[in-house]
Design a protein. Structure first.
Length: 838
């Protein structure tokens, strides 16, 4: 999974542009999103800007000339703030004031650094930077300037003067309760009212102190020539408050009139309460990321020489020997060089039980060592570890936008102006028909406060965050939001056979010699052609040769024949080993081996033919030397995986380079009716395109190097973890263990997520479509309208959170009794030797 975007980095240079990520604070609705995107796109050199309301992240594709500071200024111009952090580093090697200046200059050159102060006497550097600037980048800048930098303390958010989130809600509630109490008491026949001046005293701090955030954000929206929820709340509550003040002063000497202080104060209180609940709920949607981040150890025990040292994990180097004691969390990716144990990888792969591992096996940073002591040779650290790449992938998916969200954003952009017009028409209409400007204003206030663009903006991103989070928890990594959305509509799943539906660890089942050859000779010559190959079939041949202790002759000029096999020169003879397709291309007949080959194929065996293409003693003579038959075990979960897809109404297709007889035998056992056999690597993509052109939404599941084109051609692409890197890079969805049932699980998650998106949008649109007319007709009290608005977005977020309770079949039964170590697929090598025998 190389080259997956790294979210914590400020920018990543590509061939043509860089990507800069910012954390934006202060956004409340879809209108805010559109305003930030619009402002970012005005910066010269910006090609594309995407803002996610739920994650509060902005992702910008821009020319290399665009800096993070330029983008931060654009965000502030739109009326929002950029999250920053303060980091203190210990700097060693400074000797004079010029050293201080050099370090400060180096830090200020880093994208996103807003200030840097270096103290020579304390040897400390205090840096204020965007929260997306990694500490490693700051340390690297100092080291390039010729000094040594160490992290002195954890990076912490820059201090802000904000009150605790719950305090404004509590204070506002305490001040508002006496104002709404008379309205509540009337339900019980009790007629009681606070004095007008006391109402003014209670409502004023709510309006202008606790409600100041709405004025500030609303005014910024006006300056940006747009609108948002804050503007609607500010206008509505100000109108109710202003009307009440006017009536109080006008009628103060003639008895107390009906005032509307309770409406303005209650709306502000309810909106504050709703926003507080919404933020709490939104934080829960990010639980998956927090859980993954919590897996990262901070220190590692490293063996250096004869000593074992506890060092910060960022100081561990590739090649270091890391000691992992029982109960420890593994700090790095690596290979076990000493010891045996069971490893709990449940939070990474979704595997429900610990997996037995020993010398030569790979371990993943973040996993827990159970009972045995291990020594691990480090192969990946920091941002290159599997856990770091998983986190980046999930963050990237959660920060992205599904296609449906772009439509919602366009609606949100015009929502507030439309509501303002409706409120104005409401006032004009009521005043024109009744002549009662007070009632006309109150009805306009109800329109202002009931309109809620927040629910529209949150429906899609919160569902996607919850869906991708629960998927990650079960070993399903969704690379982008579009893959999650498209997967719900999949009608056909095309499987590659080897390593996806089978274990991908074939064994040599039979060697049959033709007339004039012997079994041992056929096996030795086949081994010679494949001696340097890591293809699974080549590995099976070499295992058998080692088992029988047969000498293997040298081969020269060995080369792969794409999708057909391998060819080389052994003892002066040009030999070829490959599929039935290769045999036909050479114009040879199977002869007396035909019946034996058919029998083996009917058993699901893959047959390879060994052919003498040319001999020094008999130029131009071609003859068949023998055949080799390979067997590959079907994964225990594969039959259930196919059955579950059929239950979901999805058609299954198996693609393989195997001969038709072997392919159909495997497909019959799996319950797959449609088989495409003897398929060359390039033909897989063509078959996927053919299925799509027939009107199907096609998912392709593979794990090999030659699956890349087919993965790219599919509507939704799946890669089994442990497969070739190109497969995991191309795929939109990565399955972290080799359990094919995860395909059905992922489609189920996608369907449920898309259902939550539709439910959220239906509620958000329906609420506004029904609520605004009712308010305009005078059928809603402003207090009730404000309560409805405040809790509409909360209900959308809470509905999305129900996805977190999802449990998949593959998770519930990840390990079968017959297979206590699971059916995870080992890493596969290059397919260069035998080609596409799959």
């Amino acid at each position: 999974m190389r080259n997956i975007e790294q979210l914590p980095e400020v920018f990543m240079i590509t061939a043509a542009c860089s990507e800069i990520k910012l954390q934006v604070t202060g956004m409340t609705c879809g209108s805010c999103v559109m305003r930030v995107e619009k402002s970012l796109k005005t910066v010269p050199g910006v090609r594309e800007a995407s803002v996610n309301l739920a994650t509060e992240h902005a992702s910008v594709q821009a020319d290399a000339t665009v800096t993070a500071d330029m983008l931060a200024a654009a965000v502030r111009k739109a009326g929002y703030e950029i999250a920053t952090t303060e980091t203190t580093l210990q700097v060693e090697g400074m000797t004079c004031a010029s050293c201080v200046a050099r370090v400060e200059k180096a830090l200020l050159k880093v994208q996103g650094v807003q200030g840097a102060t270096v103290n020579l006497s304390t040897e400390k550097a205090s840096i204020r930077a965007l929260s997306t600037v990694p500490v490693a980048t700051l340390k690297s800048a100092i080291e390039k300037a010729g000094y040594t930098a160490k992290e002195l303390q954890e990076t912490k958010p820059a201090p802000t003067p904000r009150l605790p989130a719950w305090l404004p809600v509590a204070v506002s509630g305490a001040l508002t309760l006496p104002l709404v109490l008379p309205m509540l008491l009337q339900l019980f026949g009790i007629d009681w009212m606070l004095g007008g001046w006391l109402q003014l005293a209670l409502a004023t701090p709510v309006q202008f102190w606790l409600g100041w955030r709405f004025y500030r954000a609303g005014w910024k929206a006006v300056l940006a020539k747009t609108g948002n929820m804050d503007l609607l709340v500010a206008l509505g509550t100000s109108a109710a408050y202003g009307l009440s003040v006017y009536l109080l002063f006008k009628h103060a000497e003639h008895g107390m009139p009906h005032l509307y202080f309770e409406a303005s104060a209650a709306v502000i209180t309810l909106v504050l309460l709703g926003k507080w609940l919404e933020q709490r709920a939104k934080r829960q949607t990010a639980d998956a990321i927090r859980a993954l981040n919590a897996l990262r150890p901070t220190t590692a025990r490293v063996r250096r020489g004869d000593a074992e040292l506890d060092v910060p994990v960022d100081q561990v180097l590739v090649g270091d020997l890391v000691i992992v004691r029982p109960g420890d969390r593994i700090a790095v990716d690596g290979d076990i060089v000493e010891g045996r144990s069971h490893i709990d990888e449940s939070l990474i792969t979704g595997e429900s039980l610990p997996v037995a591992k020993g010398v030569g096996d790979k371990v993943t940073g973040g996993a827990i060592n159970a009972e045995g002591a291990l020594t691990v040779r480090t192969t990946a650290i920091g941002a290159e570890t599997t856990l770091a790449r998983i986190i980046r992938m999930v963050e990237s998916a959660q920060a992205g936008k599904a296609p449906i969200q772009r439509i919602v954003d366009r609606v949100s952009a015009v929502f507030v102006p439309v509501v303002l017009v409706i409120a104005l028409l409401t006032f004009v209409g009521w005043f024109g028909f009744t002549g009662d400007w007070e009632q006309a204003l109150i009805n306009a206030v109800a329109v202002w406060v009931i309109a809620c663009p927040c629910a529209l903006g949150l429906a899609t991103p919160t569902a996607i965050m919850a869906g991708t989070g629960v998927a990650a928890r079960h070993g399903i990594l969704i690379k982008d939001a579009e893959a999650l959305e498209v997967a719900h509509a999949v009608t056909v799943v095309a499987f590659d056979k080897t390593g996806t539906l089978t274990e991908g660890k074939p064994s040599l089942a039979a060697v049959v010699a033709a007339d004039g050859s012997t079994r041992e000779e056929v096996l030795r010559l086949a081994a010679a052609l494949q001696k340097t190959s890591s293809h699974p079939l080549a590995v099976a041949v070499m295992d058998q040769v080692r088992h029988e202790r047969l000498p293997v002759p040298e081969a020269h000029d060995a080369q792969a024949l794409s999708g057909r096999g391998v060819q080389g020169i052994v003892r002066g003879q040009t030999l070829a080993l490959g599929s039935t397709r290769l045999l036909r291309e050479l114009g040879l007949e199977e002869g007396r081996l035909h019946a034996e080959a058919q029998r083996l194929e009917q058993q699901g065996r893959t047959v390879s033919w060994l052919v003498q293409v040319q001999s020094q003693s008999d130029a131009g003579q071609q003859r068949l030397l023998g055949l080799l038959a390979f067997g590959d075990t079907i994964k225990p979960a594969a039959v259930e995986a196919v059955s579950r897809l059929h239950q979901l109404g999805i058609r299954t297709v198996m693609l393989t380079g195997d001969n038709r007889g072997a392919a159909e035998a495997v497909a019959k056992e799996l319950g797959i009716a449609e088989v495409r056999a003897e398929v060359l690597p390039g033909d897989k993509a063509a078959i996927v395109k053919e299925l799509r052109e027939a009107g199907d939404i096609v998912a392709f599941v593979g794990d090999g190097l030659n699956d890349g084109p087919a993965l790219a051609a599919a509507s939704v692409s799946y890669a089994m973890a442990g497969g070739a890197d190109v497969a995991t890079e191309t795929a939109g969805i990565t399955l972290m263990r080799g359990d094919p049932r995860l395909v059905a699980d992922s489609l189920d998650i996608s369907r449920r997520t898309y259902s939550k998106i539709k439910q959220g949008l239906f509620w958000a649109f329906g609420y506004n479509v029904l609520g605004i007319p009712l308010a305009a007709l005078g059928l809603l009290n402003p207090v009730i309208a404000g309560a409805a608005m405040a809790f509409s977005s909360v209900s959308v977020v809470l509905n999305a959170l129900t996805l977190r309770r999802w449990q998949g079949v593959a998770h519930a039964r990840a390990i079968s009794p017959a297979d206590p170590t699971g059916s995870t697929n080992r890493q596969r090598g290059s397919v260069a030797a035998l080609g596409e025998q799959r």
